[in-house]
Write a protein that binds this ligand. Structure first.
Ligand SMILES: [Zn+2]
Length: 91
């Protein structure tokens, strides 16, 4: 899996770790994940999939009102593009 993009929702403009592998404290406008804050000390894969399940269970809605989604944004397409295919398609 690629290390670029949000590890939870796959949003490409959210960066979890910088080139040195340190948290960027980027707040993902798509799912609300905050690098370096959410799930500290937990296994990353487990945490990411937990957060993703929660986001999907809430309807996979765009999180930020300050940074709205691009026109035509689609959660299922984004997850697919990032290789994070949801268990059940929210569309
Ligand atoms: Zn995200």
């Amino acid at each position: 899996m690629s290390e670029t993009g949000c590890p939870v929702c796959g949003y490409p403009n959210c960066v979890e770790l910088n080139a040195d592998g340190e948290a960027t404290y980027d707040l993902c406008p798509c799912c609300g994940f905050e690098s370096g804050v959410d799930g500290i000390g937990r296994d990353r894969e487990e945490r990411n999939s937990d957060l993703r399940q929660r986001w999907l269970a809430g309807g996979a809605l765009w999180w930020s009102s300050a940074r709205p989604a691009e026109p035509g944004w689609n959660a299922a397409d984004q997850l697919r593009a990032a290789g994070l295919t949801p268990d059940d398609d929210p569309s």
